[in-house]
Design a protein around this ligand. Structure first.
Ligand code: PQQ
Length: 243
């Protein structure tokens, strides 16, 4: 007989955390990045493309707010939008990301124009926004749980980049420093919602499939970068351009 009993909160959390083995930290684009093996153009391509993720996160979080009737949850969740968009007190993560791009030698215009954003990156990120729009707010909260694994990758960049990419101006890494505490706080909230909401075994397995979907988003983003910047085969590379 198959075991259909609900996992305890501890077991459930352990299964969510176990999916960290599929995190994009293991994608060869990232392993090369951390080994110091990416060229200047490959780093720039990553930063310029990830900008599309950065500007999409507050839109995703606004979708969570729009779908959430619980005032207490909204009061906490809204901080995520402020973290990225900034306010009169702080410039916010999007501006910090632009500074990262400039520290890597891109111009502000090259970043904000999105001229380097690949179609595959756009599709992957848009799938995340659309998921948040069309799902319950608890499902969307669950999909943010890749942030469980993000502090490790941010910490690697803070520790490794000054040594491995000395041409990147050190101030540019502030984005990653800010995220260490922000991600920790976000994850505590997202995890509490997920453990509380997904109670039956069927619901818990559904939550795992949501986290798998989000891992797919992040992995697909790296795949698109790999084709363009490592294989040297961006979309239509082998096609004749129409007149
Ligand atoms: O650099 C990374 O590898 C990485 C990954 C993730 C993630 O796991 O989704 C986020 C971030 N960074 C990040 O900076 C961030 O603000 C963020 C918000 C979210 C989310 O799903 O709401 N993920 C992430």
């Amino acid at each position: 007989m198959t075991d259909t009993r609900a996992w305890t909160p501890e077991e459930f959390e352990a299964r969510l955390r176990a999916l960290g083995s599929l995190y994009h930290i293991h994608h060869p684009y990232h392993t090369r990045m951390h080994a110091g093996e990416l060229s200047r153009e490959q780093i720039q391509g990553w930063v310029a493309n990830r900008f599309y993720y950065q500007i999409s996160i507050p839109r995703k979080d606004a979708a969570v707010l729009a779908n959430c009737p619980d005032r207490e949850v909204r009061r906490r969740w809204i901080q995520r939008i402020v973290d990225h968009d900034g306010d009169e007190h702080a410039e916010g993560g999007i501006e910090a990301w632009i500074r990262l791009g400039m520290a890597c030698g891109l111009s502000r215009e090259q970043i904000v124009s999105q001229e380097l954003v690949l179609p595959g990156v756009r599709f992957a990120v848009d799938a995340y926004i659309n998921f948040a729009r069309s799902s319950s707010w608890q499902e969307a909260a669950c999909s943010s749980l890749t942030e469980l694994f993000a502090p490790t990758i941010h910490r690697q960049r803070i520790d490794n980049w000054p040594d491995r990419y000395p041409w990147i101006e050190a101030d540019g890494l502030q984005y990653f420093r800010n995220r260490l505490s922000q991600a920790h706080r976000d994850v505590q909230h997202g995890l509490a919602i997920t453990l509380e909401h997904f109670r039956t075994r069927e619901q818990q397995e559904h939550a795992l499939s949501i986290l798998r979907f989000k891992l797919d988003v992040l992995w697909s983003l790296c795949d698109a970068l790999w084709m363009a910047y490592v294989e040297g085969k961006p979309p239509y590379f082998c096609c004749e351009r129409p007149a």
